[in-house]
Structures are given as C-alpha cells and as structure tokens.
Write a protein that binds this ligand. Structure first.
Ligand code: FE2
Length: 369
C-alpha cells in the first residue's frame, strides 16, 4: 500500500494571499491558464495577478480554455506560453483550466513536440504548475490527471502522463459567486470520485481513508445541495475541502465505470461532467453490491442513506434524468463492453449484461420520433 500525492496542498481562507511567497518563488515568468469569465468574477485571477505583481513576476494570461478543453486549445496556448518564455504555469478555475494547465506545462517544457505527443505514453518533463480550483468537483489540484477532448478522434480521455501540481491553493470563497447549479454539478463529480475510488479494484484499507472521510463530510451538505437556498461560507469551505479529498482518493485508484460512461454523454450531448457521471452511480453501486455488498453498505452508511433506492432517488432530485434514443445507447453499450481499462477498475467482474443493466437503469429511453 502506498500514499503518493506529491503536491503541496493548502486548504484555507485567503489561501492565495497567504502563500504569495510560494507563488513568487515558483519561477520567474508565469503563464496563467483560465476560462473566459469566472476567474474574473470570483476574484481568483485578481488574487493571483496581485501576488505576481507584488513579486515583480511578469505574467501572461491565456483565458480561452473552454469546457472540456480540446487538444487544439492546448497547442495554441502552449505556443503563446513558449513565446512568452514561461517557466511555470498557473491553472485557475474548474477541472477544465487546471487539466489544460497540466497539458500546456508539458508542451511548453518540450518545445520540439507538437500536440501528437499528448496521447503517447512517453517520458517527458513538464513545467511546475500551481493549481487554484474555483469549483468543488474536479480534484485536479490533487491528482496527476489531465482529461482532454480530442476532436480528431471524437473522444474525451485522460492523457497518459502523470502531472501533479507542485502547489495547490484551495479556498472555498471562490464558490460564493458560482451558480448553485454549478456547485451541485461539481459536488456530484466529487461524490462520483469517492464512490468510484471506494468501489475500485485498486481500493485498499490505506487509500480508503480518503473516500471514507470525504463521503461523511459530503453527507453534511446533502440537504443544503438539494435546497433552493444559497449556501453559506462554511458550506463553501466544506465542499471545496471534500473535492480535494476526493481528488486524493482518485489519485490512488483512478475513476471507474461511471466516469468511463460519462465521457460519451459529455462529448456527444454536452452533458456537464458531474451529472454525466452521477446518472450512472446508483446502477454501478447496484452491480457492485451483488459482489461486495458490505462495501456498498458502507458507502450508504457514510452518506446516511438507508438503501440504494434512497441513493438513486436523491441523485435524481439533485440532477434529474437524461433521455437517450435506443440506437445511440446500443453504440455506447457495445463500446463500453470492450473498455478494458474501465472494466478492470471495478472491484468485481462486470459482464456485458452488467454493462447493459447500468445503461438501461441509468438513462431513460427516448421514444422513437
Ligand atoms: Fe470527475
């Protein structure tokens, strides 16, 4: 059993300002990678740029990372970062900018490479990365994972490099300006990370510390997530902390079938990542419960839920349902039946019938038009 998260992670109020010295000490030219709007609205971009200005660190901002960042965006950003001669990268935002920052840091550090190296398992260096999450789901600040969309191959997939941030600064205050729906969606992603890490072939007594603790904390916000009311400061802090803990969980085990199944919904139907995973969680747990009922029982106990029906009903109230036509569902089923990497992440044998069961139970069949 091994614990390995080689990122310096701070979770606290005013985290960026508190660690100004660490931000300045990371290098001499910073390349900031973020999305178009939210980092400006929630104050995280200003916190970072004022720290860099105070330290006389020149910086360049690339603020064009889209949701589910594409290889094309990564290549374009890396070109700008190379021209700027950046020697470290700061990713600010949800999973998309932070995952993008990792891939961009890899390309800048290897100027002779083009985007094709991103999907080749090679030994390549990368620039140091600072991760500043502003949503409560990705956990990318504590994982080596970078998920990119490859339009040429029509897939959304993790690149095969393990790129941990050098420094992660986590502050719940950045959630205060986020829409409630975004908070709910990303919190469901964190939930999926913990469930899929717990019900995983790589799960063991040691790395279960993370989902066991995180699920219990997640349950504390269960009703608040469901309610129409806005969340308060301590709830923002707790959600952000849980997201980082959930990241630590998948840093050790990887994700499982629900994440594998989610990518098609996101790629083809633009379903946000959290719900795309969340739709499959109940049925995945049901399949696992046939083989390891005690583990599923444990998850339900940590979440303070009496059975899988209550779990599924709760998730439905939170994120609704998704309709799909039979033909498309069939194509997803046949692809997933051969997805060895995700099938082998399950703690039990998942048969083709189990895969079909998960799709059938999780997605509503759309009547033919
Ligand atoms: Fe995820």
């Amino acid at each position: 059993m091994r614990f390995y998260v080689p990122s310096d992670i701070y979770v606290e109020k005013n985290c960026v300002a508190n660690h100004k010295k660490d931000i300045i000490a990371m290098g001499s030219r910073a390349f900031i990678v973020t999305g178009r709007h939210s980092a400006r609205i929630n104050g995280s971009l200003e916190d970072v740029t004022s720290a860099l200005t105070d330290g006389d660190i020149p910086y360049e901002i690339f603020d064009e990372v889209e949701e589910n960042p594409s290889v094309e965006t990564i290549v374009r950003a890396a070109r700008i970062g190379k021209e700027f001669q950046a020697d470290y990268v700061i990713g600010i935002g949800g999973g998309s900018p932070i995952d993008a920052a990792k891939a961009i840091a890899l390309l800048i550090a290897n100027p002779e490479e083009d985007g094709s190296c991103l999907y080749e398992a090679r030994k390549l260096d990368y620039l140091p990365i600072i991760a500043i999450p502003t949503t409560c789901g990705t956990g990318s600040e504590a994982t080596p994972v970078s998920v990119l969309t490859n339009h040429a191959k029509k897939i959304k997939k993790s690149i095969p490099y393990k790129i941990f941030p050098a420094l992660s600064l986590v502050d719940g205050k950045y959630l205060a300006s986020a829409k409630k729906s975004l908070i709910v969606n990303t919190a469901v992603d964190a939930l999926a990370h913990m469930v899929e890490s717990y019900l995983n072939s790589k799960s063991n007594l040691y790395n279960r510390l993370f989902p066991e603790y995180g699920l219990r904390l997640w349950a504390e916000n269960k009703e608040a997530l469901l309610s129409e009311d806005p969340l308060n400061e301590s709830q923002y802090e707790l959600l952000m902390l849980v997201s980082t803990i959930a990241g630590m969980a998948i840093a050790h085990t990887g994700t499982g079938l629900p994440h594998g199944m989610s990518y098609d919904l996101t790629y083809h139907y633009h379903v946000p990542h959290g719900p795309a995973c969340g739709y499959f969680l109940g049925a995945y747990m049901e399949v696992c419960s046939r083989h390891c009922p005690d583990d599923v029982r444990k998850i339900l106990d940590l979440l303070e839920m009496k059975d899988l029906d209550e779990f599924s009903a709760y998730i439905r109230s939170l994120i609704g349902t998704f309709e799909i036509d039979e033909k498309t569902k069939e194509s997803f089923v046949s692809a997933m039946e051969h997805n060895e990497s995700k099938l082998s992440a399950a703690p039990c044998t998942v048969t083709p019938e189990d895969v079909r069961f998960i799709y059938d139970k999780s997605l509503i069949s759309k009547p033919l038009e």
